[in-house]
Design a protein around this ligand. Structure first.
Ligand code: NAD
Length: 347
């Protein structure tokens, strides 16, 4: 990312402006998390001033490399605490909102907390951001908002009907609607519907399909795969972070009040294909896999990602096979000593 000294706006690619790096202050909620800790690094490398508010529910080791960085600030706080939120927003130009009770199982397990965080606190954060004259608000939504495709052989895109089939997705759709209805001069809200994440992070998660399948097979466990024929899109943590950066830097009229799927049309996979990709790397554990056929799964979505490519020039730089190899190496080499440690799971 290029910026001239002196702080004037500098166009660096068609359709983009880069504000003075010194004046771009971004609040990342949930910056200690799986995607957030990658994003914080991406933003710091890009020259941003980054503050994160996180209650450190899975620990804060993921942020250790940044603690001495004068461009980084950690607010240990909960987004349900309105005072902490207002304080964290002070002086910020933009917000990337990641903090949430994340995933269908976690929301099903703690439904009241999920509503408090994913709905009430998110609305409060948005209202406070508007009051504090934050210019851009990027919301980490999800492709699971699409639920089940009407046609198993088709694709869904941003014009498709949202059919949330879990509390998690219902709350994401609800907050998308809330955010998109906020109109204030100079306030640009953007919804990024992330594909299911995979790939390395300072806070690994092993409750996500690619990472979990890889971990189980590399550690010699038996793997039971339910509904091997159902589709899902996947995107690497590094690319999800790049998408946030591009949404921050795009001209407002390209992104404001819009939703974008984030991923790559070529990175939709059926679960069986994922397993075959892992087994090609680990052929000796082929007998450890057992497919349990299911005719019905409420979530079956194959997603088209053309819009973000044509509007922002976003393309994934890493594929699922890269994420698989990262985890095989990290576990086999002992870099992740105990991949079954509970702190690597949101369940
Ligand atoms: N991981 C995926 O596959 C995926 C896919 C689509 C969308 N998303 C969205 O991206 C965002 C980040 O997901 P992730 O995988 O990094 O999850 P994560 O659970 O690893 O990170 C969430 C972070 O938010 C923090 N947090 C949770 N509740 C908080 C609260 N009340 N106050 C302050 N901090 C709080 C947690 O401590 C954690 O550090 C979420 O909004 C999620 O819904 C993730």
């Amino acid at each position: 990312m290029a910026a001239k000294a002196g702080g004037e706006r500098v166009g660096y690619r068609k359709g983009y402006t880069v504000m003075s790096q010194a004046s771009q202050k971004v609040l990342v909620t949930g910056g200690a998390g799986y995607i957030g800790s990658v994003l914080v690094g991406t933003l710091l490398t890009g020259g941003y001033q980054v503050r994160t508010i996180d209650n450190l529910s899975f620990g804060g080791e993921s942020l250790l490399p940044h603690l001495g960085n004068p461009h980084f600030e950690l607010v240990k706080g909960d987004i349900t605490d309105s005072e902490a939120v207002r304080g964290a927003l002070e002086g910020m130009d933009a917000v990337v909102h990641l903090a949430a009770v994340v995933g269908d199982p976690a929301c099903a397990k703690q439904p009241e907390l999920a509503v408090r965080v994913n709905k009430d606190a998110s609305e409060l954060l948005c209202q406070a951001a508007v009051e504090k004259r934050v210019k851009r608000f990027i919301f980490a939504s999800t492709c699971s908002n699409y639920g089940k495709m009407p046609d198993h052989n088709g694709y869904v895109d941003e014009t498709s009907l949202l059919r949330p089939v879990s509390l998690y997705a219902e709350l994401k759709v609800g907050f998308e609607n809330f955010l998109m209805a906020v109109r204030r001069e100079g306030f640009s809200p953007v919804c990024l519907r992330f594909a299911t994440a995979h790939g390395m992070s300072p806070r690994p998660r092993f409750d996500l399909t690619v990472n979990e399948f890889t971990r189980d097979l590399v550690t010699g466990r038996k793997l039971e795969v339910y509904g091997e024929q159902f589709w899902r899109p996947y995107c690497h943590t590094v690319d999800l972070s790049r998408a946030c950066l591009m949404a921050l830097e795009a001209e407002a009229d390209r992104v404001a009040h819009r939703a974008f799927n984030v991923g790559d049309t070529g990175e939709n996979y059926q679960k069986k294909t994922l397993v075959e990709m892992i087994l090609a790397e680990l052929p000796r554990v082929r007998n450890n896999v057992n497919y349990i056929h299911r005719e019905e799964d409420p979530r079956d979505y194959r997603v088209n990602f053309h819009k973000i490519e044509s509007a922002l020039g976003f393309k994934s730089t890493r594929k699922v096979i890269d994420g698989i190899r990262e985890y095989i190496f990290a576990i086999a080499s002992g870099v992740i000593a105990d991949p079954h440690d509970r702190r690597y799971s949101n369940l």
